[in-house]
Design a protein around this ligand. Sequence first.
Ligand SMILES: *[C@@H]1O[C@H](CO)[C@@H](O)[C@H](O)[C@H]1NC(C)=O
Ligand SMILES: *[C@@H]1O[C@H](CO)[C@@H](O)[C@H](O)[C@H]1NC(C)=O
Ligand SMILES: *[C@@H]1O[C@H](CO)[C@@H](O)[C@H](O)[C@H]1NC(C)=O
Ligand SMILES: *[C@@H]1O[C@H](CO)[C@@H](O)[C@H](O)[C@H]1NC(C)=O
Length: 590
Amino acid sequence: MFRALIVTAIYLAARAFAIELIVDTTSGNASSPLLYGIAFEDINHAGDGGIHGQLLQNNGLRPSNDRLAAWSPVGPVDLYASTDHPLSPAIKRSLEVAVPPGTKGQAGFKNTGYQGIPVNADTYLNRWYVKGVYRGPVTVTVYGPSGRAYGSRTMTMNVNSTDYVFFETTFVAAQSFEPIHEWKLTFDAILVAGRSLHFALVELFPVTYHNRDNGLRNDIATYVEHLSPSFLRFPGGNNMQGSYVGSRWKWNETIGPVALRPGRQGAWGYPNTESLGLMEYMQWCIDAHMEPILAVWAGLSLDGNVVPGEAAMPFIEDILNELEFLLGDTSTPYGALRAEYGRNEPYDLRYIEIGNEDNLSGGCRSYASRFKSIYSYVHALYPSLTLIASTDQTNCLPEMFPATAYVDAHRYLTPDQFVGLFDEFDHIPRYPDFGVIVGEYASMKDDAGYVKQWQDMKGSCGEAVYMIGLERNSDVVKMASYAPLLEHFGMTQWSVSTPIMTSSLSTVDLGPLLTFLFPPTAESDRFQLHSRLHHRQHVILGANHVLPKQRHNHPTCVILRRFRPCVLGGILKTPFRDEHRLLRQARQLR
Ligand SMILES: *[C@@H]1O[C@H](CO)[C@@H](O)[C@H](O)[C@H]1NC(C)=O
Ligand SMILES: *[C@@H]1O[C@H](CO)[C@@H](O)[C@H](O)[C@H]1NC(C)=O
Ligand SMILES: *[C@@H]1O[C@H](CO)[C@@H](O)[C@H](O)[C@H]1NC(C)=O
Ligand SMILES: *[C@@H]1O[C@H](CO)[C@@H](O)[C@H](O)[C@H]1NC(C)=O
């Protein structure tokens, strides 16, 4: 915690051009220890194809996918998304590789990943299920457009079974600088000629963040950790609400073995595997020291369907089950299920958000009653949880708002509007246990009202001014998080998001360049920018979304961090024609 600073600038024009800054650290509002965190949902492929470590696209051939999306044959074989041999009730399809009679040589199938597979100097874990008759070698390979293999493993696959058999192997890959990579699995075709093999739930992981099974990409999760976010608001967002009631995020279908997760059509136009599920989110919070802010479904889907009154009871029970799963001891049914899935002790969870943006999608009129009933059931069982309303619009909230609940305000505005709202929270009433979270904000339009694709200097500065307003009112503004974290360039539905590239390609560390331009004041303050080479897109860092906690006490940093993001926002807007050249120049300059 630190005290907000009163900074006085005195311009001494008469004697010399000088600016004197007097920094008073004794007065002002104390900052909330949770002030800057991150908002996460699977949008822009932030989850699948983003921070989640599994790199093959459409790996479960789940029904929401286009049949063979991302898959294609290697050699003269036929591929089918077969429903004849389901792996599980959730993974109903398998990849049938039909080998015509007389076929010789290597054959099999390949996957493009999410616009490519990142191939770094790393150890990869490959696993799959297979059914059929085969005794012989099988080879898995990651390779570039030049055909060069960067990592490969040949092993023996002996199967003759009416059930699926699980295989797992690892291989070490060399760092690649080619743009797009694929993965393939091949076998000796003659040994299958005239027959088929069925493969199901093929997975490929690099070494994951904290070495977790079914974990996160280490490069991206480490980057995020270096931003020192204090909390994680998850799992969304519109994607939690669902396009319609049946397609909402269902916690119970995101837990346990991935082979039991059916996945669903997300709200952002692409299928979600839900491999990044409830327990993976909680583990991420533990590993990165973030306070979890869990959003639960509040009876409103994006098509405007509202589940009111008695009809909402099953959904409220579902919330209570989810909370028992997270917080109950192992003598409770759902607590026992958690233990079965690998975690005995209850999780630490203090904040629940009831819905998402319930003032939108026609939800305003019903929200007061929906909020009240969910609040009363949850509060009765878990009185120490802080419950958060998903809008700050008072006409959508109950007249008697609970004294210990918070509201979540979202602000997507122009730069000038942000500047105009500098004092937004100066005058709101203070009550002892009331709090505001600004759960999403970004200057996503320019002052003329046009939606922009990338953040720019003016937008960054508008946000920075607004953030100073949040900080000085942090007795009431408890938490703030920028627009959704992560964006896979080229697979984007929404900008501006917290702009970190989640390229599926070789990553380039622009840290040296940025370090040169902006010497770090703390070890944690090294910006690593992962950039894709071949698309030549704008590289941006509107970096004022999260701030290293440990720097709060340092007055110089407090001032610096206000302004540097604006500069970053501007400079990095420039398209990098050739990152390597830029890096070399930066190194020479150093
Ligand atoms: C597979 O197993 C069955 C019965 O267990 C046997 O009849 C058959 O010959 C085996 N096939 C191969 C290729 O080993
Ligand atoms: C998950 O819970 C929902 C109720 O919210 C239920 O309809 C669904 O069948 C459950 N899924 C599984 C796999 O049990
Ligand atoms: C809903 O609230 C948000 C702020 O959280 C505001 O930006 C938006 O205009 C509101 N929508 C309506 C329809 O009032
Ligand atoms: C916090 O800031 C607000 C608005 O600037 C002010 O009214 C209030 O007195 C401050 N509280 C403290 C404890 O300084």
